[in-house]
Design a protein around this ligand. Structure first.
Ligand SMILES: Cc1cc2nc3c(=O)[nH]c(=O)nc-3n(C[C@H](O)[C@H](O)[C@H](O)COP(=O)(O)OP(=O)(O)OC[C@H]3O[C@@H](n4cnc5c(N)ncnc54)[C@H](O)[C@@H]3O)c2cc1C
Length: 474
């Protein structure tokens, strides 16, 4: 929407009336900082000196009531609203593509309660997740949501993208950890989901908002279950002759014991990233794992996992490389260790039941490497369920086209080829990074007629379509 003459000032003064003058900005330099998240296209675009997407107003609410008033103003003027947490998302989901109000929620960062009897913790969603975890740790407790973005993502961002942490194989995803939440609906109504997520009082409202990427409202508070910090955590690493043998072994491990970490790397990632970061210099499929909890139980779990790996012919690398992986779990993302601009890269992140994992892996690898010269495909499986696993697959191109428009064209062609290959073989387009702008166009292909359920929800909750336009295929 284009605002004429003094309309910007009129709306700005209404927003200032809600949050105070110091919490509204129309400063051009401030606007620039919200034009780039971790989405490759946005980063490349800015690197080439192109103008990033910018909001018209940056607003920093301090409470759910303030969010409610802002959404009412936005609905009246039919201004797009873009919620922004830490801006660490990789899917372009936080980018203000349609301008309007950028709602930076990080002022809403209070701890509401930590209840040791209930074993719950409740906080405002603008809090950085690491801070929430520190509050729990101070009492010997943990939420056990430990993603690699722990220090840069917010509570709301983790919920909005249905995020996952490195200990997920034992403790689940954010949607297993969240008990309830407060949400400001697009019309400004403030609602609460039920205090427990497991009930028979109809569908679970939490699951409507978890993964909704700011398209159905603004989550303002959330409660999580707590668990005791583990008495023991034991690490171990193995080398399988190939990725496919490793998948079979890991499936048997998670069907038998409950490890917290299981990371299995394909041959290409073993000789590239694992070699570079951990200094491990052998060919095959590297796997690191951890078991944790009660010391006696973990010792038995580790023994059983070792027996299973031996049955599949794996080389036991001992504790050293398992510990090394854990120590480097964040440094994997440091410059020099991982892909970075000007390289072109993307994490396709696919999830499926066990019967399809191998097929999807090969279909994606061929779709990417056979159709696009000079593009490499590497993968690992990092989050395991009783019924399947996710493939954290990446494509990498060292010398993408210089021209930013050509680069976007090629980027999207590679994504389409890889993701369609996954879908055609029974995969789902994403495990935990979300859809955002990056995969928005593929949502209809993923869901088919089922997409009408989301469209209906969107129309009824957000009839003016103001919340986070162009994202999630809505
Ligand atoms: C180095 C690195 C490592 C990463 N590792 C992981 C990982 O291990 N696991 C993982 O899951 N992800 C990972 N990510 C991806 C990303 O960090 C997560 O998706 C994270 O949860 C995003 O949080 P954020 O606060 O930065 O959200 P943003 O990027 O600010 O926003 C993401 C989406 O959430 C919406 N949103 C934010 N707050 C709210 C709210 N309160 N109410 C409604 N909608 C809201 C936004 O509108 C947007 O659609 C990683 C990213 C980086 C850069």
């Amino acid at each position: 929407m284009e605002f004429r003459a003094f309309m910007v000032n009129m709306i700005q003064s209404e927003l200032e009336d809600v949050v105070g003058r110091e919490n509204v900005s129309v400063n051009e330099a401030d606007k620039l900082t919200y034009g780039v998240d971790y989405f490759w296209v946005a980063r490349m675009w800015a690197d080439k000196g192109k103008k990033p997407p910018a909001p018209d107003f940056i607003v920093r609410p301090g409470s759910a009531e303030e969010v409610s008033k802002i959404l009412k103003i936005a609905n009246y003027y039919k201004i797009p609203v873009q919620t922004w947490g830490g801006g660490s998302g990789s899917q372009g989901s936080a980018l203000p593509m349609a301008g309007g109000i950028l709602l930076d929620v990080k002022r809403m960062n209070r701890l509401i309660s930590l209840d040791e009897k209930a074993m719950t913790i409740t906080a405002e969603t603008g809090m950085i997740f690491q801070t929430l975890e520190w509050h729990a740790n101070a009492k010997g407790l943990s939420i056990m949501h430990i993603p690699s973005c722990l220090t840069c993502g917010t509570v709301g961002g983790a919920l909005a993208h249905r995020g996952i942490g490195i200990l997920s194989t034992k403790y689940g995803k954010i949607d297993d950890q969240c008990l309830s939440m407060e949400v400001v609906l697009p019309n400004g109504d403030i609602i609460n989901t039920l205090p427990v997520p497991k009930h028979a009082a109809g569908p679970d409202l939490n699951q409507i908002f978890i993964g909704s990427e700011g398209t159905l409202g603004v989550m303002t508070k959330a409660s999580f279950r707590l668990v005791k910090l583990p008495e023991a955590r034991r690490f171990r690493a193995f080398l399988f002759k190939d990725f496919v043998t490793g998948i079979e072994a890991c499936k048997e491990i998670v069907q038998t014991v409950k490890p917290s970490i299981v990371r299995l790397f394909d041959e290409a990632e073993t000789v590239s990233i694992i070699k570079k970061v951990l200094g491990f210099d052998k060919r095959g499929a590297f796997m690191n794992m951890a078991v944790e909890g009660n010391a006696r139980i973990t010792a038995i779990e580790e023994e059983i996992a070792m027996e299973i790996c031996a049955k599949y012919g794996a080389m036991d690398l001992g504790a050293e490389y398992g510990e090394k992986w854990f120590e480097n779990r964040i440094t994997f993302f440091y410059p020099g260790h991982i892909m970075n601009n000007p390289q072109m890269f993307g994490t396709m992140d696919t999830i499926s039941t066990y019967d399809n994992v191998e097929r999807i892996y090969w279909a994606m690898k061929h779709a990417v490497e056979d159709n696009f010269p000079n593009v490499r495909f590497i993968a690992h499986c990092s989050h395991w369920y009783d019924w399947g696993t996710m493939i954290y697959d990446r494509f990498i191109m060292d010398e993408p086209p210089e021209d930013p428009e050509e680069a976007i064209r090629l980027h999207n062609q590679i994504w389409n080829a890889g993701v369609r290959a996954a879908m055609q073989n029974g995969g789902v387009i994403n495990d935990h990074h979300g859809v955002g702008l990056k995969l928005s166009r593929l949502m209809k292909e993923q869901y088919g007629p089922a997409m009408q359920v989301f469209n209906g929800l969107k129309k009824s909750l957000d009839p003016n379509g103001i919340m986070n336009p162009y994202k999630l295929g809505l």
